[in-house]
Write a protein that binds this ligand. Structure first.
Ligand code: SIN
Length: 332
């Protein structure tokens, strides 16, 4: 009787381990479903495909990666929930999309915090960057690394040169209270919407504008439905590659090290793609002549900084002043 109970318990535990890990019960390879929302020709899309290739090369037959781009499997609003349920094993949401799980990552949304991507890199590679990477642990998620996309630009149906030009306009934002505060600071209306809906919202003029990087504006064709793009470089769009603790610990230790090494290499590759795309995709948009690019002189840019920077103080308590100071110092 006792023996039967134990065998049943062991079998149930083994079955649930298989389900969590995505492994085929009949002894097939363990599957890592990698879900993301952008196109395949973006930094994140190319990083995910590289990761899949490296894992196939090194762990073929044991572990395989399946990549689902363009919100095919989950949009960013659902993916973390799905990950905790074991329905997807990896994703790389924008750092702006974690606020239900931690308030600490809001730091990356503070407007005009980082002067350039070198400052972002320096901060992410610091002890504080590691601390933020670990900030999801209590929620059962493991931050495996950061990935760059780049600095954001403002696209709009009207030319935006000074903050007063944004007055009364509607902007789509990612699900971040900091981004909402940033647009409220210029008397605009922020609307939290999934990435997959942005093109239609712009095309149908349900909203007036949005903020994004050159590669997202290009790959999702936002420039075809937005006549003006202000080169503001006012904020950051980067990612965190995450998995669930339950899944991560179910990968045998030696294989886990190989998966992590493959991911680190794929991230390095993705960061190179991001750097190149921030220049190339901008050029392609210029060449298309569909959208006029507005550059700001120092006085105009300072006006945006002046009205948006008070947002830092609003979120100082949730993020931590020491964290903000450390990030700011990475500009030096
Ligand atoms: C992404 O790059 O993953 C999406 C960014 C956005 O939602 O604007």
């Amino acid at each position: 009787m006792m023996f039967k109970k134990i065998t049943t318990l062991v079998a149930t535990a083994a079955l649930s381990a298989c389900l969590v890990s995505g492994a085929a019960i009949a002894g097939g390879p363990m599957t890592i479903k990698f879900s993301h929302v952008v196109a395949e020709n973006t930094p994140k899309g190319q990083m995910a495909n590289k990761f899949k290739d490296l894992v196939a090369e090194r762990l073929g037959g044991k572990i395989q990666v399946e990549v689902f781009p363009n919100s095919q499997l989950f949009g960013d609003n659902k993916v973390l929930e799905a990950m905790l349920l074991g329905d997807v094993q990896m994703a790389a949401p924008a750092l702006s999309k974690f606020s239900r799980y931690t308030k600490k990552l809001q730091i990356f949304d503070l407007p005009f915090l980082f002067r350039d991507m070198a400052a972002v890199e320096k901060f992410q590679n610091s002890a504080k960057g590691d601390e933020l990477l670990a900030s999801l642990q209590k929620k059962g998620l493991v931050g495996l690394g950061y990935l760059h996309n780049g600095l954001k630009q403002l696209s709009s149906s009207q030319p935006l040169t000074v903050p007063a030009d944004a007055d009364g306009l509607k902007f789509r934002i990612m699900s971040s209270d900091v981004l909402a505060a940033q647009f409220k600071a210029v008397n605009a209306t922020p609307l939290k919407k999934p990435f997959s809906e942005v093109f239609t919202l712009l095309q149908t003029k349900a909203i007036d504008g949005q903020e994004n990087t050159w590669s997202n504006i290009f790959s999702k064709k936002f420039f075809e439905v937005q006549p003006y793009i202000t080169e503001s470089n006012h904020g950051l769009l980067d990612y965190m590659i995450v998995t669930s603790k339950e899944f991560w610990m179910s990968v045998p230790e030696a294989d886990r090290a190989i998966v992590k090494k493959s991911l680190d290499e794929a991230i390095a590759f993705g960061n190179e793609v991001a750097l190149k795309k921030s220049q190339d995709d901008r050029q392609k948009i210029v060449a298309s002549k569909r959208s006029e690019i507005i550059t700001l002189d120092d006085a105009q840019r300072n006006q945006w900084v002046e009205v948006m920077k008070p947002v830092w103080e609003e979120f100082e308590k949730e993020i931590g002043k020491d964290m903000i100071d450390a990030a700011y110092k990475s500009n030096m």
